[in-house]
Design a binder for this molecule. Structure first.
Ligand SMILES: [Zn+2]
Length: 284
């Protein structure tokens, strides 16, 4: 079950499954508690959507103070709706260029690094090996989901880190629900080939339109990787239906902010994003 909490005015959700991991800090963000205005009201964490930079920075500052994590320990990808995984080793530099981090997933066992996924309808999926202390964060929109990015990350954790499926936990955060996600035939085609398509794809009210349940797509993917059903938790909240709580790309018509979802392994090791001067260049 997911629960709603608050720190210093910032509202967020946490997964009960992940909360049982005492080595972990995590939050699925909302839009509540920031300083941005109008379409970005109020906790917009993205510099790329047209919001004023100084407000986004203040929002980051508020989040960082609320969770007592230094701002430079948050790592935000330049999400590109692909299926590439950014793997961060436990020690050493991992980010030493000015190039954007064009990835849609991060896997790491590094401590003190808050790995982030920005969303406004797409699905944030958090995978945790609670025995080996390895974490994976996934951005799964329809493209990533059709590329089976959640399955790819779960398999990567198994193949590269030796994670046992029974030790993996999955928390699937708020996203657009099947109530609101109408797609066209071409998009539906990319899901028909997936196993269990009948469980997440249903005919829409209009001809040539389909309703897609992106949460179920991703839940099935991790189930198929052997993660037990009891180890998978979903938020059950639609971002379009709850625009008072969440930013929604589709619900807003396109101009809106992004909430941040993050997860971090606690530890004493020093860690920060390296070698970038401009904060806005680091926070994509
Ligand atoms: Zn809905």
């Amino acid at each position: 079950m997911f629960s709603r909490s608050q720190k210093n005015g910032i509202e967020y959700l946490h997964s009960e499954l992940l909360s049982h991991c005492d080595f972990l800090v995590h939050a699925f963000g909302t839009r509540i508690g920031g300083v941005s205005r109008d379409d970005y009201k109020s906790l917009n964490m993205s510099f790329l959507e047209g919001d004023e930079e100084f407000r986004v920075l203040q929002n980051w500052d508020k989040l960082a103070s609320a969770f007592e994590i230094p701002m430079e320990n948050f790592l935000v990808l330049n999400q590109v709706h692909g299926d590439n995984i950014f793997v961060i080793k436990p020690h050493g530099d991992y980010f030493s260029s000015r190039e954007a981090l064009n990835y849609d997933a991060i896997v790491t066992n590094r401590t003190n690094l808050a790995i982030c996924i920005k969303t406004a309808d797409c699905v944030p999926v958090f995978l945790v090996d609670h025995v080996k202390k390895i974490i994976g964060a996934v951005h799964a929109g329809w493209r990533g989901s059709s590329l089976e990015i959640s399955a790819k990350v779960a398999r990567f954790m198994q193949n590269s880190y030796g994670s046992r499926p029974a030790d993996l936990l999955a928390a699937i955060g708020p996203s657009i629900g099947r109530c609101c996600y109408e797609i066209d035939d071409a998009t539906a085609d990319s899901f028909r080939r997936q196993k269990h398509a009948e469980n997440f794809l249903s005919p829409g009210a209009r001809s040539g339109r389909w309703m897609l349940d992106l949460v179920e797509v991703n839940r099935r993917q991790v189930l198929d990787c052997g993660i037990p059903e009891a180890n998978i938790e979903t938020a059950g909240l639609c971002t379009v239906c709850h625009q008072d709580i969440f930013f929604s790309h589709r619900g807003s018509g396109g101009v809106t902010g992004r909430q941040i979802n993050f997860m971090m392994i606690k530890g004493d090791t020093f860690c920060k994003a390296l070698l970038v001067d401009g904060v806005s260049e680091r926070f994509h």
